[in-house]
Design a binder for this molecule. Sequence first.
Ligand code: PA5
Length: 490
Amino acid sequence: MALTLLSGFSFDYDNLFGEGKVTQADLDSYSDALKKAHEAMKVMRSDGVIKAHLSKDGTPEKVYFSKLPYITEENGKLNLNSPASIKRLHDFTERIRNNVDAVVSLGIGGSFLGNKVLFDVFCGEFWNTWTKEQRKGLPKVYFSGQNIDTRRTGDIINHLKAQAEIVKTHEQRKFKVMLIVISKSGGTLDTMSNFMVMYDALKKVDDIEIEIVAVTDPNMEKKTLLKQLAVENGWETFAVPDGVGGRFTIFCEVGLTTAAVIGMDIEKFLEGARHMDEACQNDNMWENPAMLNAALKFAAAQKHGRNIEVMMPYGDYLKSVSEWYIQLLAESLGKKFDKEGNVVNYGRTPLVAVGTTDMHSQTQQHQEGTLDKVVQFIKIAKWDNDFVIPNVFPNAQKLADISGVTMSEALEVARQSNADALKSDNRYNACFTLPELNEYHLGELLYMLAMSVAYEGELSNVDAFNQPGVEAYKRIMGPKLQELKRSKGL
Ligand code: PA5
């Protein structure tokens, strides 16, 4: 059983729905809730309203992520994607082409995870080792700010300095570094501490020229700290729009600045998301990928105790998709209170896994551990530049046996075998299939997952768009830092 869109994107739920799994009766028991959730999505799309959603300061806040795939003038008024904003991103690509040597993207959480997905999927592991010509004049890309790790920050600084030295020797010019600082709130400790350390260290190097770009809340009346610095110093800025929470920002200028830096097809990415949004407007749950995914996962958790979701794409560069999803699911649905203020402690627990790697570690637990998981696979149907496994050692029968098939065929045999083995012991699993790994299908997948948690927020009656839980440690951490400064006499 699978839901397949015209694009070829499919959701195979054969091992999640049916006898001994989530049943029709389970779903029927939610039919009113599903109808209400679907109506709530319509209201969200048209008015940006989600019942009981409040911002961090306790005031009603709009939810606009579902507008992001649509490139319209009207959306431009809300700092969402418009023809002008997309053109500006293209201009940005051309401005940095052959002009910037290295970009350091600084951000954490929603200001990092989506950007990392785009980089990993479209650049892979060796982008920074390619020549400028191979990168079509585009810069090397580094990520920082996603931790407060003095060793790695030092490594990036030293690495940039070393490259500056080489450029000075061979080309007698300065090495151009662009620091893209991404923070919606504009003052996040992790991001800003790395930014200050890096800026301070690099500006002392004569052979390095630094440019700073700020991606933050564009509000000019109530400027974020980062916005204020950008205005004072004349830095170029991009917007994290009002109504777009961190974990939904891959489709706005947070993700799209990285897309521009690596020369991705932004329109195709948004087109995939838009077509998925259209599919998710279908009133028939069996033809609506987000509603179906949310309903099945919700029922699996509520009725069958399968409240851990293992997101397991097959392919190395898809690991960051899993890491992006972990934030989406955890921050959106892990909530103490429901929309009426009752304590519910809701939330399915997400886990990162990658196939085939984790078949040699986690799979033991998935196969024989507690019956509390849904293993969600992601499969790419057709990989580019596929190798045929050659028969290099014909006398070694075991190796000869695996020759002749392509690596991607072997990968799929491994995934299918994992799915079959899990199924044989009633271990729930499902699979999203992308026909190819390109901008369009990635846009479809990520948007569907975002829309799915929005549905699940309604089904579970929790606010999927706030994250009050992350304030708890922040309330402790701020004073602790000040106390530390005092104790050091600062
Ligand atoms: O999803 C979220 O809201 C968080 O993960 C934020 O993106 C993260 O804390 C970074 O916040 P900011 O962009 O304000 O620096």
